[in-house]
Design a protein around this ligand. Structure first.
Ligand code: GDP
Ligand code: MG
Length: 436
């Protein structure tokens, strides 16, 4: 992606108020050569309007770009950036009323080498307008479900306390999660972090992750005075996520209320900065840098937009997706991914030998390489973990082979054109090549 790093809006609005995914925008981030084949670790922050989500994401960005995160600890490493630097990044402190939902992604994935040597692409996602009065509950839960389904860690950002209605909202969209679970797999959603801002009851639950976890445990505790609905709600949420934790942040101090506040570190309370650092250190620690998996398959950057689109369309098409529609969507993606990889292998092999930039070659050599490349593509397809019936698996492969076979005449035709265009010198090179 070229240009200045910036937030990219992923939802495209239509005249009737409905929205689509802006696939081109998303692919501009994910299809970069150094990113497209990497597993993705996506961090999303979602929650009510004006709870400091974008502000926080900008400190995430600072930390992810700091030498500390890169593992180059120096004496003067500043994990949260310079003291007097105004806070840039995602648009924050948006004062105007929002009446549309938004899903934004940072244009520059941060490439990180994990302890085992694998590289991953870390992505940050911001959400807008999710709980505004003007946003319909349906749009809201679709976006929340989508961001949760695609993230490795969903930060549910709340102000002051964790209330029953916050949990009810989670239940609303975990019905999507249930549908996404095809029974054989683990829980559909990965990590959920309840992040409470401006926490003030530190006597009962201390700041940081310790207090956060104890608050969450308390809220999820099944006690006698809970109604059946409330018990069910808790069971549904816990069964949807692989891990649920909490974190309590103190108030950042009253400078944040001043009109001239530009987000700089030096205007924030010491206590807030201490816990902000604890939060980012924990959030981006190796145990949370979990590549996104859907149905047991690690998702690479270039595949993420397919998942985005399929899920979004599915959510939009039904009030609540059924288990079978969701399973079908995931099956389709797994097959499509295997087919795409196999096709790419074929194309790369053939292009590297007989592409436009290559010299012409003997017909026999082209035919031979073509069959070899098809065999290699088939082997790759067969080696991929896929879902779907045996018939479906075979049908997709047959289709692919048919499609690849149709490329051969084109390659031969292009080769003939090259031959015709060759000047006598090139002809000689060609003759020499054949003799070899
Ligand atoms: P968003 O709508 O959730 O993305 O909120 P913003 O990030 O745009 O922040 C809204 C306002 O809250 C800004 O003026 C921030 O300075 C302020 N803010 C940021 N973090 C906190 C916090 O932890 N507590 C309080 N009270 N205000 C915050
Ligand atoms: Mg915001």
């Amino acid at each position: 992606m070229s240009g200045t790093p910036r937030e990219i809006q992923l939802l495209k609005y239509k005249d009737d108020g409905s929205f689509d995914l802006d696939v081109v925008a998303l692919q501009s981030v994910l299809n970069r050569d150094d990113v497209k084949d990497l597993p993705v670790v996506l961090f999303s922050v979602a929650g009510p309007f004006r709870t400091g989500k974008s502000f926080l994401l900008n400190y995430f960005l600072r930390y992810l770009h700091s030498p500390v995160f890169k593992g180059e600890k120096g004496d003067n490493a500043k994990p949260l950036g310079e003291d007097s630097e105004p806070l840039g990044g995602f648009t924050w402190r948006g004062g105007s009323e929002r009446n549309t939902v938004g899903l934004l992604i940072w244009s520059e994935p941060i490439i990180k080498t994990l302890e085992n040597g694998d590289k991953v692409a870390v992505l940050l996602m911001d959400t807008q307008g999710l709980f505004d009065s003007k946003t319909t509950m349906r749009d809201c839960s679709i976006i929340f479900a989508l961001s949760t389904l695609l993230s490795s860690v969903q930060v549910y950002n709340l102000k002051e306390n964790l209330q029953e209605n916050h949990l009810q909202f989670l239940q609303l969209f975990t019905q999507y999660a249930k549908a996404a679970d095809n029974g054989e797999e683990l829980k559909s959603f990965q990590n959920l972090l309840f992040l409470i801002r401006d926490w003030s009851y530190y006597d009962t639950h201390p700041y940081g992750s310790k207090g956060g976890d104890s608050l969450v445990a308390k809220r999820f505790e099944v006690t006698k005075d809970l109604s059946t609905d409330m018990v069910e709600l808790r069971a549904q949420i816990t069964s949807s996520f692989q891990k649920i934790s909490g974190f309590l942040l103190p108030h950042p101090g009253f400078n944040v209320l001043k009109p001239q506040f530009d987000g700089r570190l030096s205007d924030l309370e010491e206590n807030f900065k201490t816990y902000l650092l604890e939060l980012v250190t924990l959030l981006f620690s190796p145990s949370n840098l979990v590549p996104k998996k859907i149905n047991g398959q690690t998702i690479r950057a270039k595949e993420l937009s397919t998942h985005f689109n399929v899920f979004l369309e599915l959510f939009k098409s039904n009030e609540t997706p059924t288990i079978s529609s969701m399973t079908k969507a995931i099956t389709d993606i797994s097959l499509q991914t295997a087919v795409n990889d196999a096709r790419e292998l074929y194309e790369n092999t053939v292009n590297s030998k007989f592409g436009v930039d290559q010299l012409s070659a003997p017909t026999e050599a082209i035919r031979f390489s073509h069959s070899q490349a098809i065999e290699a593509a088939k082997a790759l397809y067969n080696s991929k973990k896929k879902m779907g019936s045996a018939d479906e698996l075979v049908a997709r492969l047959d289709n692919l082979v048919k499609e690849l076979d149709e490329i051969l005449p084109q390659t031969l035709l292009m080769n003939e054109t090259k031959v015709r265009k060759l000047n006598s010198e090139a002809q000689k090179i060609y003759a020499d090549e054949v003799k070899k």
